[in-house]
Design a protein around this ligand. Structure first.
Ligand code: NAP
Length: 495
């Protein structure tokens, strides 16, 4: 009897220990999940904050050519920091796939950036831009396809970010194709802008339906929304002429930043929000700056083909183009004391910047002062000329912006215009019917002598005749930029 009681007591003790053990097991949470969100998140946020500061300081340094190279490095370090710290984020998974994608992307970017010619830089930027927009759209797609777990606001932000990202992605693809010369025509047809508007409204309605339905939106509706957004990006960019693409790319750049910022809100990622906002704001300012320097509202760039709508210049051209030999130009330069060089798109095409710097040094040796005058939209992208001259080693202190140098042209003995056209066309000041009327220009025509180096009678980007070429004080030196400047160097040396 007593044996049975002892056994029962022992059994009940075991039972209660087992129950205690079960309670302990139920309350146990694995160590990683306890630590990661609570302990690591503040550290991750601090690193994101540091990355954001590096982005902003990097951007600040990019505002001057002297510090720009350093600025790129600072912003790059910020991006590496933000990427690496994201590996520790509790929501990060698929480490192998991410590492492979980063490695592939880095190799492709490194090789292509090393190989790209300076003249092909705008299309390279278009491509990178499109990738940013595509990445933001992809994040939105993941959120919407799985039915965002972050709530209705996040769902709405994902839709807006997805729309902007898709437009930037497919639009940048068209911009790339045009700049690369794969699509030479501006595709226009009657009522095109109305069709685009209708498509935009339909895309907004479908996007609205995705937001309204929330997690129940379903695969088909979300897919239709993304396809419409992508098609809108293509159709919106198709009618814009290839030469207007730099402004469009700058606009897409701003849109990409905005899309990334929206997706940052969806993922609750501070680094994405800050980086996206910085890109969006700077892209918007750059677009405005380019439009202002071309004296064209953004709506005109987006909805009108440049040169066509405004018609040809109406001011009557008097005089004729007078040709001069390289030898005669060299003698003119040799007896000058002040020379201003105005580079344009043609210098970039001819890759003449190294020869131009060689000529400058030669003139300096003969006590001739040489300055460079840069128009804000000379070439095909902002800073195009500054980058080329910096590549050739021209010091920044002899390079001047339009505002800094325009007053000095009357004192210049010779202005050497190398492959520039629209940015020195006086019609912008005098001919109200000219498509470039109102565009601020370099007042080259006010110099004592002007020599224009170009290959022939080709017009500039706007397609209008240049009154400067017919002026009394202007002479033409025909030939491709690099060969002509090399000839000038030889002639100056022989004097
Ligand atoms: P431009 O008006 O396009 O004129 C370039 C000139 O270079 C042409 O007249 C051409 O004449 C000559 N050229 C071409 N290849 C040459 C070569 N190998 N050697 C020598 N000359 C050569 O250039 P720009 O004065 O720099 O003006 C830029 C234009 O682009 C502006 O109208 C601006 O609004 C527009 N744009 C600029 C930006 C930007 O961000 N920079 C953006 C969008 C639009 P030949 O064919 O006779 O040689």
């Amino acid at each position: 009897m007593s044996n049975t009681t002892t056994l029962e007591q022992a059994l009940s003790q075991h039972k209660s220990s087992l129950q205690q053990l079960e309670q302990v097991a139920a309350s146990y949470t694995p160590k990683e999940t306890m630590v990661a969100p609570s302990a690591l998140m503040p550290v991750i946020e601090v690193f994101y904050f540091a990355a954001a500061i590096l982005f902003i300081l990097g951007l600040k340094r990019m505002s001057s050519p002297v510090t720009a190279r350093g600025g790129i490095v600072w912003a790059g370090i910020g991006m590496v920091l933000a990427t690496l710290i994201t590996f520790l984020h509790p929501h990060t998974g698929n480490y192998l796939l991410i590492t492979v994608a980063i490695a592939l992307g880095s190799v492709i970017a490194w090789v292509s950036a090393k190989r790209v010619a300076m003249t092909d830089m705008p299309q390279m930027i278009a491509l990178y831009n499109g990738m940013g927009g595509g990445a933001a759209a992809a994040i939105a797609a993941v959120e919407l396809f799985k039915g965002s777990s972050h709530g209705a606001t996040a769902q709405a932000l994902a839709v807006v970010g997805g729309l902007i990202g898709c437009v930037s992605f497919s639009g940048s693809g068209v911009a790339f194709a045009k700049l690369q010369g794969w699509m030479n025509k501006a595709f226009t047809f009657p009522k095109q802008q109305w069709l685009n508007l209708a498509l935009f409204v339909i895309t907004l309605i479908v996007g609205g339906a995705v937001i309204f339905k929330g997690a129940a939106a379903g695969l088909t509706l979300v897919t239709v929304f993304f396809v419409l957004a992508l098609v809108f990006g293509i159709l919106m960019t198709l009618p814009i002429g290839g030469a207007d693409m730099p402004v469009v790319i700058s606009l897409f750049n701003a849109l990409t930043g905005l899309a990334v910022a929206f997706e940052g809100f969806v993922l609750n990622n501070a680094a994405m929000i800050i980086a996206g906002t910085v890109v969006g704001a700077s892209g918007t300012l750059l677009t405005q700056l380019m439009a202002k320097a071309m004296n064209r509202p953004i709506s005109n760039v987006l909805f009108k083909s440049f040169g066509k709508a405004s018609g040809e210049a109406s001011e009557e051209i008097t005089g004729s183009m007078k040709e001069m030999s390289a030898n005669d130009v060299a003698s003119m330069l040799s007896i000058s004391s002040q020379v201003v060089i105005v580079p344009g798109y043609g210098m970039a095409v001819a890759q003449a910047q190294h020869k131009v710097w060689e000529l400058t040094k030669l003139l300096n040796e003969r006590d001739i002062e040489v300055k460079f005058a840069i128009h804000p939209v000379a070439g095909r992208m902002p800073g195009h000329m500054n980058v080329l001259l910096a590549e050739a080693g021209v010091p920044y202190d002899i390079i001047f912006d339009l505002d800094e140098i325009n007053e000095e042209f009357p004192q210049a003995d010779v202005v050497l215009v190398i492959g520039a056209n629209d940015v020195v066309n006086p019609a912008a000041r005098t001919d109200k019917n000219s498509p470039i009327y109102g565009m601020p220009i370099l007042n080259v025509d006010k110099a004592k002598n002007v020599v224009v180096i170009k290959r022939g009678q080709g017009t500039g980007f706007s397609g209008v005749e240049n009154l400067l070429f017919y002026a009394e004080n202007t002479h033409m030196l025909y030939g491709s930029g690099q060969a002509v400047v090399a000839e000038l160097i030889q002639s100056v040396k022989s004097m």
